[in-house]
Write a protein that binds this ligand. Structure first.
Ligand SMILES: C[S@@+](CC[C@H](N)C(=O)[O-])C[C@H]1O[C@@H](n2cnc3c(N)ncnc32)[C@H](O)[C@@H]1O
Length: 262
């Protein structure tokens, strides 16, 4: 008999996607190391600097920062991910500073050398809230502190996709599309288990497995940074994380933006 189960972001999807699924991606830990090296290079950081990692997930990049001698504060809305992040830090004898929380509520004052928002973790909220978040980040940064954002771009969001894949206990259907009216990337997923059970995302407020991410253009972001008291420095593409960082290439869409506190 067909059975439908609704599972919340924290209870199921967060761990399923950000830990179980992510860790199966070939070369993902090497990519995390490359990314952190790149951030260190373009943001001119040095060990001992304080890093604020918003939407830190299971702490995969935070761990690389910590192993290099950075002091990282990680915040994520999913308790299951923060629990995992704490566990990985403990196993690696790193002192942990992870907190369950909503990034919209951060209240730091001139404490960080850099704030990182990685893997498309900007654009989850309304335009007003996204703008407000940039102001809170500005407040959290020391003077001349940096912001490093990895965005979901319009081009990446691209055309509609519908992908079935076989998983251990059944099949997973992922659907993504770009909504032109709201300029948002949207996506959802279902799992159909071999026993006929359908697992689908529970409708909940805030961020959940039904993703809606606002795709900002670089000029839009420049204006938003400016409005928040931050200055745009440069943009890059995560398709090329080589060091020294390459200047912008024609036809390559940037999805990384670096700025600084004014
Ligand atoms: C695309 S994942 C990125 C995770 C990690 N930064 C990485 O690169 O692997 C987005 C993360 O943001 C978290 N998140 C979503 N909404 C949030 C919010 N309002 N406040 C804090 N974290 C949030 C999710 O739980 C998820 O771990």
């Amino acid at each position: 008999m067909l059975k439908i189960m609704e599972k919340s972001w924290n209870d199921f999807w967060a761990y399923y996607w950000r830990i179980t699924d992510r860790h199966k991606i070939p070369g993902i830990f090497e990519w995390d190391r490359k990314l952190v090296d790149f951030i260190e290079h373009v943001c001119e950081l040095s060990p001992g600097n304080r890093v604020l990692d918003l939407g830190c997930g299971g702490g995969d990049q935070a761990k690389v920062f910590a192993q290099k001698g950075y002091e990282v504060v990680g915040i994520d809305i999913a308790p299951s991910l923060i629990e995992y992040a704490k566990k990985q830090f403990k196993e690696n004898s790193l002192s942990n500073t992870f907190t369950v929380g909503d990034m919209r509520a951060i209240k730091y004052d001139s404490e960080f050398d850099i704030c990182v928002i990685l893997s498309g973790t900007f654009g989850f909220f309304s335009d007003e809230e996204n703008q407000k978040l940039l102001s809170s980040i500005r407040q959290a940064l020391k003077s001349e502190g940096k912001i490093f954002m990895m965005l979901v771009t319009r081009k990446q969001a691209g055309k509609r996709t519908k992908t079935w894949r076989q998983i251990e206990d059944g099949w997973e259907l992922n659907e993504t599309w770009f909504d032109h009216e709201t300029n948002t990337y949207q996506g959802t997923a279902f799992i159909i288990q071999k026993d006929g059970t359908i697992i689908k995302p529970k409708s909940e407020s805030g961020y959940h497995a039904n993703e809606i991410i606002r795709c900002y253009t670089i000029p839009e972001l420049k204006a938003m940074l400016d409005h928040a008291g931050l200055r745009y420095i440069a943009s890059y593409s995560s398709a090329d994380l080589s060091i020294p960082a390459k200047a912008r290439q024609l036809g390559v869409e940037p999805n990384i933006v670096v700025g600084t506190r004014r």
